[in-house]
Design a protein around this ligand. Structure first.
Ligand SMILES: Nc1ncnc2c1ncn2[C@@H]1O[C@H](COP(=O)(O)OP(=O)(O)OP(=O)(O)O)[C@@H](O)[C@H]1O
Ligand SMILES: [Mg+2]
Length: 151
């Protein structure tokens, strides 16, 4: 599904609405250039899960992983600074995949086979000053979810 965002607030709203269809065990891979809005998207996404006091979304670029507690545990990863598959495996980040949390992975496209084949994907691209195109997929997985959540 394609969305057009005209502001950070738009991006967060799109993310929050998407988040309502997700549940524990889900994985989301986010792609897009530096500054596209992936972290802003994660921030809006987490609003749907009412993070507890003291938890704020920020970029895990240097830490690789941030964990937030809300109605569910949310794991926020950023693979940008990970140089190789070997380093990625040594960091044991895959221990964060669990049936009780939701995992969002920025820069997953560096190691596309590392995340589940059943992951949702969010591709963000800049259209110009303040405008972004946000493409959420895959269509089939989204359709399955939206039809069960309204049933
Ligand atoms: N419509 C928009 N949606 C999201 N961010 C926007 C939008 N318009 C402008 N911005 C700006 O773009 C930047 C997005 O930053 P953000 O940290 O979310 O990017 P990112 O994709 O996570 O980058 P990185 O790859 O470095 O992690 C922010 O400075 C934000 O204010
Ligand atoms: Mg980021």
């Amino acid at each position: 599904m394609m969305f057009e965002s005209h502001s950070v607030e738009d991006t967060k709203l799109i993310a929050r609405n998407f988040a309502k269809n997700l549940r524990a065990g889900d994985v989301v891979g986010l792609s897009g250039d530096l500054g596209a809005g992936k972290t802003q998207f994660v921030s809006g996404f987490c609003e749907a899960f009412d993070l507890q006091k003291g938890y704020h979304v920020s970029s895990p670029t240097y830490m690789y992983r941030h964990t937030y507690q809300g109605r569910l545990q949310i794991e926020h990863l950023d693979l940008y600074r990970i140089p190789s598959q070997e380093v990625l495996e040594n960091l044991a980040l895959d221990e964060c995949f669990s049936h009780t949390s939701i995992v969002l992975v920025e820069w997953y496209q560096k190691f596309p086979s590392w995340i589940s084949k059943n992951a949702f994907t969010v591709a963000i691209s800049a259209l110009g000053e303040g405008r972004r195109q946000i493409d959420i997929g895959p269509e089939q997985l989204l359709r399955d979810r939206t039809s069960t959540s309204t049933a």
